[in-house]
Write a protein that binds this ligand. Structure first.
Ligand SMILES: Nc1ncnc2c1ncn2[C@@H]1O[C@H](COP(=O)(O)OP(=O)(O)OP(=O)(O)O)[C@@H](O)[C@H]1O
Length: 142
């Protein structure tokens, strides 16, 4: 797993429940990202709290954690040059009302909390988040 070339994404519970997993993964692959790790999982409250720890003092933290633990998520490690920056462009703004046309959040998000998808915000966090969800044998080179 090469820092600078990977990002971590998570398709959030509402998008999974509404059967958008296939469409979202197709969107990601068509944009040139290679899936090098992939799984469905459900985070217990403690794990969701750790994942979003940087937001623990924000007013939306409880709502965010409760939402993220509410159902299965699909997590993937994605590989591409400039993965973090390019992926954040592909997903669009946190608030879907502000997201550009054609972005994943514009297409599939409902509101700021139920915003369909996560993307790492730095190369450091991408690596950290990849190890948070995937062991060595679940990360692939091909
Ligand atoms: N003002 C807000 N009201 C409600 N929820 C919010 C707000 N700001 C952020 N969030 C929630 O917290 C998550 C993390 O916030 P962050 O600022 O890191 O946005 P992001 O990087 O676009 O999203 P993510 O980390 O999920 O990729 C957002 O995806 C969103 O679900």
């Amino acid at each position: 797993m090469e820092k600078g070339k990977i990002t971590l994404t998570m398709i959030k519970p509402t998008a999974v429940k509404e059967h958008h997993v296939g469409d979202i993964l197709a969107h990601i692959e068509h944009a040139g990202f290679k899936i090098i790790g992939l799984k469905m999982t459900q985070m217990p409250k403690e794990k969701a709290m750790v994942f979003y720890e940087v937001h623990k003092d924000k007013f939306f933290f409880d709502e965010l954690v409760n939402f993220m633990k509410s159902g299965p998520v699909v997590v993937a490690i994605l590989e591409k040059e400039n993965a973090v920056k390019d992926f954040r462009e592909l997903i669009g703004s946190t608030d879907p009302a502000e997201a550009e046309e054609g972005t994943i959040r514009k297409l599939f998000a409902k509101d700021k909390t139920h915003n369909a998808i996560h993307g790492s915000d730095s190369d450091e966090n991408a690596v950290k988040e990849a190890w948070f969800f995937f062991s060595e044998m679940d990360q692939f080179r091909y």
